[in-house]
Design a protein around this ligand. Structure first.
Ligand SMILES: [Zn+2]
Ligand SMILES: [Zn+2]
Length: 93
């Protein structure tokens, strides 16, 4: 397989998708990279900065909220307010 010239979706510059990289990606069933090496680490760093947030809909009041953890499928998920209220209720019950 020859090297493939790929256009970075972020900075629009071309970068080589080398034969070695192609093998690496195809072996793992991964999609070809969309960004050049300069854009890739910056994107990863930003993600850590922002923290990962999962959009949830509160099971109790229906409010949309973001939580720093992945909600478990099939389990009720509460917004921060309801979660706090739930916790203090449990404490005083
Ligand atoms: Zn780029
Ligand atoms: Zn709620």
């Amino acid at each position: 397989m020859p090297d493939i010239e790929t256009v970075c979706v972020q900075c629009k510059s071309t970068f080589p998708f080398s034969e070695k990289d192609q093998e690496f990606f195809y072996q793992r069933n991964m999609m070809a990279p969309q960004r050049c090496e300069q854009c890739r680490p910056r994107r990863a760093a930003k993600k850590v900065e922002d923290g990962t947030r999962f959009e949830i809909v509160c099971d109790h009041c229906g409010k949309h909220d973001r939580v720093p953890f992945q909600p478990k499928v099939g389990r009720p998920v509460l917004c921060r307010e309801c979660h706090e209220a739930n916790r203090s209720r449990a404490r005083f019950a």
